[in-house]
Design a protein around this ligand. Structure first.
Ligand code: GRF
Length: 197
């Protein structure tokens, strides 16, 4: 079995990247082959370097040619894990159904442009929802709109702050993302949308 080569795009600390690195470390199905960021000081870069994974900092993340060149021909599955830039349409088209994103809420609620980090959890708390969660979905030309692949639900507890909710959701993220990546790899990264329960 040839391991699926996963390219991870991240803008921040990279704890989801770390969860993937750790989960795929001894997995024959898939491996993290490269990390790409739009931020030269992203914590995700340090995690990649510590794991001996090739890392690239994009000069212009809005330039499809630069991102396609960085991805090269050795990306079978592209994972957005806290990547805050909109992926150019030409790159979305090139990786249709081969590019996924993780979002810290139960989409379609609490997603879209500007909805990242604590803003998401503030919106969930303000809505009075009894539960929140994580969504892994395909990437399309809009933020957080592509077809959903999998979700995990997390309770909202009395007295929750945006920080306590974010921490509980992040734990669920670190479980769901590797599970989805491994399942897509086992299925050979299908060229049409799938739903994983
Ligand atoms: C995660 O909550 C992810 O769902 C969101 O951005 C955050 C990134 O966290 N898109 P990290 O950089 O993986 O720690």
């Amino acid at each position: 079995m040839t391991a699926v080569r996963v390219a991870v795009l991240a803008s921040g600390g990279g704890t989801n990247l770390q969860a993937l690195i750790d989960a795929l470390h001894n997995a024959p199905e898939a491996r993290v082959a490269q990390v790409i960021t739009n931020r030269p000081h992203a914590g995700a870069l340090d995690r990649a370097r510590r794991a001996g994974i090739r890392a690239t900092v994009l000069e212009n993340p809005d330039d499809p040619a630069e991102l396609l060149a960085a991805l090269g021909s050795d990306a079978d599955l592209v994972v957005l894990a806290g990547y805050l830039k909109l992926v150019p349409p030409a790159v979305v088209a090139r990786f249709r159904w081969k590019m996924i994103n993780i979002h810290p809420a139960l989409l379609p609620a609490h997603g879209g442009a500007g909805m990242y980090g604590h803003r998401v959890h503030e919106a969930v708390l303000a809505s009075g929802a009894a539960e929140s969660g994580v969504t892994v979905h395909y990437v399309d030309e809009q933020f957080d709109r592509g077809p959903i692949i999998a979700q995990a639900r997390v309770p909202v507890r009395p007295g929750d702050t945006r920080e306590s909710l974010a921490a509980r959701v992040l734990e669920a993220e670190h479980q769901l993302l590797p599970r989805v990546v491994l399942e897509l790899a086992r299925r050979g990264v299908p060229s049409q949308p799938v739903r994983i329960s």
